[in-house]
Design a protein around this ligand. Structure first.
Ligand SMILES: [Zn+2]
Length: 59
């Protein structure tokens, strides 16, 4: 159960396994792959997370 829960919070790029780079500002937490395979934006005040995976369309 805990491992399933933990998988919701990505710390590594699903494409290349590199550690994601985190950036905080007053409204947003952004995590992205150094090679831009994956980007995750969390808007704390809205409770919304947006995930960009540009290569996902190729599957
Ligand atoms: Zn990557």
């Amino acid at each position: 159960m805990f491992s399933k829960f933990k998988s919701m919070f990505q710390d590594r790029c699903p494409e290349c396994e590199q550690k994601l780079v985190s950036h905080y500002d007053h409204m947003t937490l952004t995590k992205h792959c150094p090679d831009h395979h994956y980007t995750e934006e969390t808007y704390n005040q809205l409770g919304v997370t947006i995930v960009y995976r540009p290569n996902r369309n190729n599957e």
